[in-house]
Design a protein. Sequence first.
Length: 294
Amino acid sequence: MVVYLYVLRSNTVESIPIDTDIDIDMMKAYYHEWASLVPARLVTNHKVNLLMDPENAPERAANIANTFAKAAYAWSREFLNDQECRERILAYSERLGEYFDNETVGMFKSDICRLIQLKDDGGLYVDTDLVLIVDLQEIIPEGVSFVSTISLTWRGPHDPNEMFQALLGVTPNHPLITRSLEKVLEFYDGTNTTLRGLLGGEMRGAQLMRIVYEEFSGGRYMEPGRNTLADGSVAYFFEEHKLKDGGDPEYPSVLSQGGRGNNCDILVVDAERKMAIAYSHVAGKTSECHRSQF
């Protein structure tokens, strides 16, 4: 199988067809630069384009502007509003476009749109309220075709964790994205009653993608770090981590957000590389991590 290696060199992205048997470390040594199977393409969405209308959600707008600034010059950037998401979805499936129109919950509409944004061209999706701590070039490990995050356990020790897809990186036409879109249609069509039951009657993208992953991985749960999939490709998972009060010995350089709420001081961390990637939610006056001064 031939895949593409995306190499960032002197602020220019080169896509090079390579055989998967070629050693990625050898390619990196040759180019002396960061290299990834995931394209240098940054995407996000919101009901309005916050870069053009920041007053709609000022804290998120300031945060996503900072996220876009953390991408190297050669990265492409895409911000879709609801109308643009709708047009892109209709081009994929008129039926799904109708379901998107009828969906009233904004975060579920966003879940659908990000799948469409990543399906054909791949890239890295980042939520507007995910606060990056590192530059984008540091996020995606080499040789992986899929990257996301394992959510904190929120029900009990025997329940599988959801996939926190506020950070989602994939290669073009990745089967996990393709299958997730098929599952979204099954959910709205009502043809998969088991899926509707598992999702509680709502199109919860975090649960849906976890279910798709488990099917694709032969029933295995997500594990932090590298996970080899059935087709031989590699998925990589970060995990959410609650920052400890008074300083966290695991991540001593990361400070508290100084807010109130269940979504404050939740980090996205790479346990394998011992690196804090992001805060899961922005802190601010209107945020789920409330802070009166922003």
